[in-house]
Design a binder for this molecule. Structure first.
Ligand code: PLP
Length: 444
């Protein structure tokens, strides 16, 4: 026992990871090709134009395997356009997982709509298909699917439910650009895909987002909402024509062309870079396959699905296999070994005061139920998996290159701590009542 105690870096032992090797984490990969593309936009003074963005949209749509793509200035705005595209309006409800970044859903309030949260599956961290149907009412308009941290949601049962109830499906692909579910690209299952392409994501081009669909009506409504400069004679929808030239949403959402210029370059390399990330991340988990307490958040190796670019990768934690050791104490010890490990994920949205008591627009009612025919708020305790998951997860290093020797060091850090868990039990402070955060992009 004494020997293992001194072995852990937390107790003064040598760390498992050499401090030097940080390049393996650097992202995005920017070369002279990206720089030249940005400089061209800058020197032409074309930052607010749409010529480069339209080229990017065509290339992106072809890559995504959908007919139309619309560049937006953020993922938030792309998802807002997708909601308007699906005709979400006053009193309408979107069913969305509570475990996601706020921009999957909060825009719905500005449309007069609201959200009903569903729980997640603990192993995928994506919406639980069995927790959707009983939440459907005559006001449900859409299901928002999030492929959380690269893991594909269970699209087969979700689409079956949606079609049976005539609901739209919006895929928020911000964590999983280019990923596959059963051999088919994420974002092509629902009626519309929308996603962030901001610098922290696996497809990282700057502040930017994009929407893609095969549905011309959704596409035209998205244009009408926040792209006034294209809301012109090309619009075919009879209900929209009368309002051309002014944005129906009152928003200006076009993509910055320094982003779309980077996007065109990044797209050329993205599949290859993602494949490298997948090789590296799968190697990391293969090294830990027999370690108690730790479980990969990934798809089965023999499936036709994948983890896209492994955005913000996390591991699953089984405290029962480690004598009840808290994930907080576990993560402290792993960090001491010289690698990334932070307990928790996104905090569940349904418990935040904004979703419960805030009257954002002065309706004299909480915005969440401003136009609702019932009190659909969901108190603490109502979505147990989403509320518990923070105690059962921790971040892992996000390798961008396949360098086995370095990856082995990081995997050893996790293995070493898990195998020496008994030495950590005595001074375990336990977990805070809430773990995780409302967002975790490191703003530089
Ligand atoms: C990042 C993110 C968004 C929002 O994208 P922005 O580009 O930051 O506006 C939406 N949904 C999810 C799940 C995200 O992680």
């Amino acid at each position: 026992m004494t020997l293992t105690q001194t072995n852990l870096a937390l107790f003064g032992g040598a760390p498992a990871v050499d401090a030097g090797n940080k390049d393996i984490f650097h992202w995005p990969i920017v070369t002279a090709e990206d720089e030249a593309a940005v400089l061209d936009v800058l020197r032409r003074g074309a930052m607010s134009g749409t010529d480069v963005t339209k080229q990017f949209e065509q290339e992106f749509a072809a890559w995504q395997g959908l007919t139309y793509a619309l560049g937006c200035n953020t993922g938030t705005s792309a998802l807002h356009c997708a909601m308007f595209g699906c005709e979400v309006g006053v009193g309408d409800e979107i069913i969305c997982p509570s475990l996601t970044f706020w921009a999957s859903i909060l825009q719905v309030f500005s449309l007069g709509g609201t959200v009903v949260f569903a729980d997640i599956l603990p192993d995928t961290m994506c919406i639980d298909p069995n927790d959707i149907e009983h939440r459907i009412t005559e006001r449900t308009k859409a299901i928002m699917v999030v492929h959380y941290m690269g893991h594909p949601a269970e699209m087969d049962p979700i689409m079956e439910i949606a079609r049976r109830h005539n609901l739209k499906v919006i895929e928020d692909v911000s964590h999983a650009q280019g990923g596959l579910y059963k051999g088919r690209k994420l974002g092509t299952f629902g009626d519309v895909a929308a996603m962030s392409l901001m610098s922290g994501k696996s497809f990282a081009i700057g502040e930017a987002g994009i929407l893609a669909t095969n549905d011309r009506k959704i596409y035209e409504r998205a244009i009408a909402f926040g792209h006034y400069e294209r809301f012109n004679e090309t619009i075919e929808d009879e209900d929209l024509k009368a309002f051309r030239n002014l944005p129906m949403g009152g928003y200006k959402y076009r993509m910055h062309q320094m982003s779309s210029a980077v996007g065109r370059v990044q797209l050329k390399h993205y599949d290859e870079r993602m494949a490298t990330i997948r090789k590296a991340m799968n190697y990391f988990w293969d090294l830990l396959a027999d370690v108690p307490g730790l479980k990969a958040h990934r798809v089965p190796a023999d499936s036709d699905s994948n983890m896209a670019g492994w955005y913000a990768p996390h591991g699953l934690y089984k405290p029962d296999e480690l004598g009840g050791l808290s994930v907080t104490r576990f993560a402290d010890a792993v960090r001491a070994e010289g690698t990334d490990c932070t307990p928790g994920v996104n905090k569940p949205l349904h418990v935040h005061p904004l979703l419960n008591v805030a009257d954002v627009y002065g309706h004299d009612r909480p915005t969440r139920i401003a136009f609702s025919n019932r009190d659909l708020r969901q108190p603490a305790g109502s979505l147990p998996v989403s509320e518990e998951i923070g105690r059962l997860t921790y971040s892992i290093p996000w390798f961008k290159h396949y360098e086995p020797a370095i990856i082995e060091q990081h995997a050893n850090a996790f293995r070493k701590v898990a195998e020496n868990y008994e030495a950590l039990l005595a001074d375990d402070p336990g977990n805070a009542s809430e773990l995780g955060g409302w967002h975790f992009y490191q703003h530089r």
